[in-house]
Design a protein around this ligand. Sequence first.
Ligand code: 13P
Ligand code: SF4
Length: 303
Amino acid sequence: MDIVNKINQLKKEKQALILAHNYQKPEIQDIADYVGDSIELSRRAAEENRARMLVFAAVDFMAESAVILNPEKKVLLPSIGARCPMAQMFPLEQVKMWKKKYPKIPLVLYVNTLAEAKTECDVCCTSANAVEIVKALEAETVLFGPDNNLALYVEKKTNKKIIPVPPGGFCPTHLLFSSSDIASLKEAHPEAEVMAHPECNPEVQEIADFIGSTSQMCKYAKNASSNKLIVATEIGLLHRLRKENPNKEFLPAYEGAVCPNMKLNTLERIYHALKTEQTQVTVPATVASKARKAIERMYALLS
Ligand code: 13P
Ligand code: SF4
């Protein structure tokens, strides 16, 4: 029996679902029960009532969010080393330090943070709703972390004063894009539109026709009038874009834009996770209940 059949058989036996992020390898996206961006994956995890077990083909903070929102379920991360380096950039102690420095200013944390860090924030956001969340707050000055490029994007779109914390928080994969590479591609393909993730640097954002989360890019691409799109995000998204839009052409803004952490997941590791029910992601109950409030506040602020 091949690995895909073996995974499907185990999934049935164990009442498991595979949730995959848009950056996963094509073969993983193709066998997943659901493929989405971070807010869609956490929504799906929160609402899921058929499965007994969720296999998260993604990185650590996404699986942690699933545990926080659905503590009854067993959540498995097939590759324990799949850690988002940006989330590691803002540990709890540093979050506390910034809150102490600005006790009256609300702290908005990107979901790309560890559960512990979330316990100290006022509200969470994802790249799909960061602007809406900050707009919904009464405060005119907001602490925002850990991604400094997303913070700048939010500042531009809300006209509020954003204090990026910690200074220099970034995604190593999205910093690989350069505006000059994209300008050269645009010269060779003048009819192409550019889509970029808000984790890209401001020069890249400047030349983009559309800026959004990974799933928002999928929606934009479907309705785009141009049949050619340059994509400035992790290359895994190209598989979904091509699958959903067979008549459109998608050009990576940079072929080497790979998130090594996302790519640790393989079919073999997913099979092994299902078979052994390892590695289970856990979040202490006290941490989970505080972090849940920050995530639920995000949902409450979305109109
Ligand atoms: P999305 O929520 O847009 O999928 O982004 C998650 C992420 O890790 C981007 O690097
Ligand atoms: Fe983290 Fe960047 Fe990878 Fe997204 S692409 S999971 S932000 S390192």
